[in-house]
Design a protein around this ligand. Structure first.
Ligand SMILES: [Zn+2]
Length: 548
């Protein structure tokens, strides 16, 4: 057996030398640097219990930052922030402690909703006590104001000082695919947008009605991530309006609320037409929330390889290092959210990417930056902070390539692009995929709005063309149904749960293929003088044109 493997390797080596000779473009230069063993070693370390789930401010952060900084130094990356590999990110950790129940007054009698079972709540305000005192509750449909779609859920109603209840996702979700972007979610569908808009309208609080399909994750994901404290950027810009309280109610609790208001699900259906008018439910909520705020500093880690010809033009690879830390126990009694795939794998991928670029005989012509960001799980905070306090000029930043979750399993015939038709980086991806005899697939769940859900979005928001991919689903020799099953199993059983743990059986055959692909994309852009652009119709095109 041993001999057979050796001879196969020898043939493999021979073939690759031959093909290098025939192919003077040297396209696979650097590709052989990626390997499974170093991916596994990084993940085993980063996702170990001693890293405590890598929550910002924890001992897990200290260990993660040390580890990454040492890795950057060891492979000979230059410091990315002057003399330092660290960018400080000032954050505030807010721990809300809500009453066990929220009191609801309605025409059909009073009742209570249970904290963490029926609703979750948090705040971005650092006052020590925040109360709802019988404020009126308004059902504001999807809570969307989108002039370009001729849509305004707040048109007929003043919600100042009131509580709004809204639906997640875009108007039309699951009912009418002819409005908004059909099945694909726009930014108007994201929960972050719902709160931003309710705050702009002057509402005191906003609760989003949970729906597993529309949110694209079950209520326990919300319970796990909202049950404890949350982090926010510590900037105290008074021009930014903030809600006193923001939260979610479960689908069952929403049913109760509608029933007590004498309404049924037809009210929800009616919110999918632009003739919908917000409705006063005739209900009032009361709740006290005690708030503890701690200001603290987390850290982005940044290293670079200075370009040989155009050192003042930058390509930024990103991967978030953080996860949820220690939290609510799962059914097995495990409370450490190790985040092996999310995102120790992407962090390992970032290290592998840096090593591959370092291995090149000829340095890339543009500068390549490797940025490991904090607090993605808390609302893309590390990348948002970098985008608001860029170390390198955004106008000179050519592209961002993000890695959030690397395929630990088999090779795929495809690679999934997140947010189709956004910018020219998609063309680079298609070209590189062809060299691997692969094709680019549209995302399986465009309704989940993944383009707005990881760190590349913060670059997009400030106009930098950004690329985000996911492993393909067309598994070699097994097909799409098999791939989809793997995907669904991860979402249902491990995503944002303590069970997202290191598995020594992972082969990373597919992940290495994906990393090589993203390496080829970055290397090509690094060695040319062109500037990838946003496509017509992208909501980020105008922002880029202003900065250039
Ligand atoms: Zn992630």
């Amino acid at each position: 057996m041993q001999k057979l493997i050796l001879s196969v390797c020898a043939i493999g080596l021979f073939v690759s030398i031959q093909s290098c000779k025939q192919n003077n473009t040297n396209d696979d230069d650097g590709l052989a640097s990626f390997n499974k063993d170093s991916m596994l070693a990084h993940i085993k370390m980063l996702a170990s219990d001693s890293f405590q789930g890598r929550r910002p401010f924890s001992l897990g952060e200290t260990r993660t930052v040390d580890y990454l900084q040492n890795q950057f130094k060891q492979m000979g990356l230059e410091a990315g922030n002057g003399e330092s590999y660290i960018q400080d990110v000032p954050l505030v950790e807010i721990t809300p402690k809500a009453d066990a129940v929220m009191k609801v007054q309605s025409a059909k009698g009073n009742f209570e909703l249970k904290n963490l079972t029926d609703f979750v709540v948090s705040t971005q305000i650092t006052d020590s006590l925040i109360s709802l005192n019988n404020e009126e509750v308004i059902f504001a449909g999807y809570g969307v104001v989108a002039p370009e779609y001729n849509w305004n859920d707040y048109a007929n109603i003043d919600v100042k000082g009131k509580i709004v209840l809204v639906l997640v996702n875009d108007p039309g979700f699951g009912v009418d695919t002819t409005i908004f972007k059909g099945k694909a979610m726009t930014y108007y569908g994201r929960w972050t947008y719902k709160y931003e808009e309710a705050a702009r309208q002057g509402a005191k609080a906003c609760f989003i009605i949970h729906n597993t399909e529309a949110a694209s994750y079950p209520f326990n994901v919300v319970q796990n991530s909202w049950g404890s404290s949350n982090l926010y950027l510590a900037s105290k810009d008074p021009s930014v309006k903030r809600l006193a309280l923001q939260g979610w109610v479960s689908a069952d609790a929403a049913k109760k609320l509608f029933a007590a208001a004498g309404k049924d699900t037809s009210l929800i259906v009616s919110a999918n037409k632009n003739t919908f008018k917000a409705v006063d439910l005739g209900e009032k909520f009361s709740l006290n929330v005690k708030v503890k705020s701690v200001f603290n500093t987390s850290h982005n880690i940044i290293g670079k390889i200075t370009g040989s010809k155009r050192p003042d033009e930058y390509i930024i690879y990103t991967a978030h290092w953080d996860h949820f830390g220690i939290g609510k126990k799962d059914e097995k009694g495990d409370s450490i959210y190790n985040g092996a795939l999310d995102n120790a794998s992407g962090t390992a991928g970032l290290l592998e990417m840096a090593r591959a670029f370092k291995s090149l005989k000829e340095k890339p012509e543009r500068t390549i930056i490797f940025l490991s960001v904090t607090a993605e799980e808390q609302g893309l905070l590390g990348s948002a902070y970098y985008a608001q306090h860029p170390i390198y000029p955004l106008a000179k930043t050519v592209a961002n390539i993000n890695m959030d979750g690397i395929n630990p399993g088999e090779k795929t015939n495809d690679i999934t692009i997140i947010g189709e038709d956004q910018n020219d980086l998609e063309g680079y991806l298609i070209e590189a995929a062809k060299k691997q005899n692969r094709y680019v697939s549209p995302e399986a769940h465009p309704e989940a709005g993944y383009y707005y859900r990881s760190d590349h979005f913060c670059f997009a928001k400030v106009g930098v063309p950004a690329l985000d991919c996911e492993s393909g689903i067309d598994v070699v020799g097994k097909g799409k149904d098999y791939g989809r099953k793997l995907d669904d199993d991860y979402t249902a059983n491990r995503y944002h749960r303590p069970a997202d743990e290191y598995n020594p059986a992972w082969t990373f055959e597919g992940g290495i293929q994906d990393l090589q692909l993203l390496f080829m994309v970055g290397k090509k852009i690094a060695n040319e003088s062109s500037w990838p652009k946003w496509k017509d119709g992208s909501e980020f095109k105008a922002i880029r044109e202003k900065t250039k």
